[in-house]
Design a binder for this molecule. Structure first.
Ligand SMILES: [Zn+2]
Length: 229
């Protein structure tokens, strides 16, 4: 097998800490291949009951080993971690992952640095808008509780010099936008969540394609709010 070939993933809930660690490592490989977590950026966190799992900070996401994954409680205290000799620290995204889990009871949170997400935030910036608005697009149906013709507004928050400083504005954006499963961070990327890892993966894929479609519509001079004729 190629060194970075994706590990087998089965469409099943996680039941054990080992499952959670293996799924995070496998998802990181897939999201790396998609260009969402390159250059050590981005990441995935998964919740199993009242235990939360996330990767170390600043590691190559496609090479994450299951035994590098931290286990935390829902307050964010580290319960178990990798061998200290490895010199790791827990993900800088910790308070952001925990915010989506606390406010939405999310079972999994994906943080992407994808180009589509970044460029979508630049379009919002240009329009002086605080949301990226999506409507009449088929992939909206992949988002829980969202329909094809809904007007779906994904909030955009300002970036900060340090990832952890996003926590307050991300928390406010989640609270202010019920029914939305993502927050965009200007010139940075997106946080996307779901009830479990399968829902979070589906949401992350749908949002990324929707952001890409929105960017392409702008490129072609099309009105993203237009309804079909
Ligand atoms: Zn980031």
């Amino acid at each position: 097998m190629h060194e970075h070939a994706p590990r087998p993933l089965r469409p099943e809930p996680v039941h054990t800490a080992d499952d959670a660690r293996a799924v995070i490592a496998a998802l990181c490989q897939r999201f790396y291949a998609a260009g969402w977590v390159s250059g050590t950026g981005g990441g995935v966190s998964l919740r199993l009951g009242d235990r939360v799992f996330m990767a170390p900070s600043g590691v190559q996401k496609e090479m994450i080993q299951p035994d590098w994954i931290y286990e935390l409680n829902r307050k964010g205290d580290i319960v178990a971690g990798p061998d200290p000799a490895l010199g790791f620290t827990v993900s800088q995204c910790r308070p952001l992952f925990l915010a989506a889990m606390r406010l939405r009871d999310a079972g999994c949170v994906v943080h992407s640095h994808s180009r589509a997400a970044v460029v979508a935030t630049l379009l919002a910036e240009k329009a002086r808008a605080r949301h990226v608005t999506l409507t009449h697009l088929e992939m909206l149906k992949g988002l829980k509780g969202v329909g094809y013709a809904d007007i779906h507004r994904v909030p955009v928050i300002d970036n900060t010099a340090h990832e952890c400083d996003l926590a307050d504005s991300l928390t406010a954006a989640i609270a202010d936008n019920p029914g939305v499963h993502a927050v965009l961070v200007k010139r940075h990327g997106a946080y996307v969540w779901g009830d479990d890892w399968l829902a979070a993966k589906r949401h992350a894929e749908c949002y990324d394609e929707l952001f890409s479609q929105a960017v392409e519509m702008h490129r072609l001079g099309l009105d993203p709010l237009s309804a079909p004729r």
